[in-house]
Write a protein that binds this ligand. Sequence first.
Ligand SMILES: NC(=O)C1=CN([C@@H]2O[C@H](COP(=O)(O)OP(=O)(O)OC[C@H]3O[C@@H](n4cnc5c(N)ncnc54)[C@H](O)[C@@H]3O)[C@@H](O)[C@H]2O)C=CC1
Ligand SMILES: N[C@@H](CC=O)C(=O)O
Length: 325
Amino acid sequence: MSPQPLRVALLGAGTVGAATARLLQGRADLLAARCGRPLELAGVAVRDASRPRDGVDPQLLTTDVEALVDGADVVVEVMGGIEPARTLIERALRRGVPVVTANKQLIAQRGPELHAVADGAGAGLHYEGAVMAAVPVMAVVRESLAGDEITSISGVVNGSTNYVLDLVARKGVPFQDAVRQAGELGYLEADPTEDLEGLDAAAKIVILARTAWDLPVALEDVQRQGISRLTDADFRQAAAHGTVVKLVASAWRSRAGGLDRVEVAVRPVALPQDDPLAQVRESVNVVVIEARSAGTLRLQGAGAGGDETASAVLGDLVRAVRSLP
Ligand SMILES: NC(=O)C1=CN([C@@H]2O[C@H](COP(=O)(O)OP(=O)(O)OC[C@H]3O[C@@H](n4cnc5c(N)ncnc54)[C@H](O)[C@@H]3O)[C@@H](O)[C@H]2O)C=CC1
Ligand SMILES: N[C@@H](CC=O)C(=O)O
């Protein structure tokens, strides 16, 4: 083991950031053993350094995010949004510093250009936590199935809307109360319309589709409908037919005019009770991947939450450190 610690810059101390800071420090020995050298939390970028954050040493809080990035060996971005996250990630990558992010909107909207910067500088860009939080679906699609041909991907990939739909359908909780609870549990995005209008699920299915097929897929390509316009009548009708309403994200290959294409959609669907996608409760996510040789694969687990997402972020951190020269 190298005695020289690697300096980790953490950008953001919200639901995911605070959990990441706590677990990074609480699991210091385990992470050092897995990485082959100790990790040092060099600082945590926040908007207001005078406000205490649960489990984060106040001495580590800083508003000088650029200085923090410039002094780091690895950057973890969990602030969300497009700017300044994009500029800061690009700044780190250009210096050859690997980046871990859970920012699905950024990767869906600007991923290809960030990958170009990362490849040019020989730096890793990792985002397992961006898609289905704790469920290691990116590793499966990118690595485990690299020798296979994926034909379709479909799933419940948004934890907060699944929580809302589940509470409304199974417990009769009013829609707005269920949304409030999802927020209190840290499942909602800073702008909850991203969840409720299906934009968060759209970003995740775009990232999965690009990774599966290495074809250009944009957020604008997604046929998208969220859950905000569902009515009590929709839930009653689904129940009367023995079905369950889920927000389903799907991607599949098609061929038009001699060209390979990818179709992507996010929409509420009334599913039979015994459908694997119908059975996930609260914030649990599930994805079904069809591949020519592997057949049908199903991955299921926590799709939102601080510790759950931090698990994926720390896995990426170990991966990033292990791939350093
Ligand atoms: N909450 C969850 O279950 C999951 C969240 N994610 C993603 O992780 C990221 C973070 O999510 P959360 O922790 O839930 O959000 P959050 O809103 O709880 O935390 C974000 C933190 O970053 C800070 N921040 C934002 N802009 C900043 C700036 N310019 N300078 C310094 N600090 C800034 C905010 O003040 C806030 O404390 C987002 O990209 C989100 O999509 C991914 C998977 C699951
Ligand atoms: N808001 C997201 C958080 C995780 O990605 C969700 O509800 O799934």
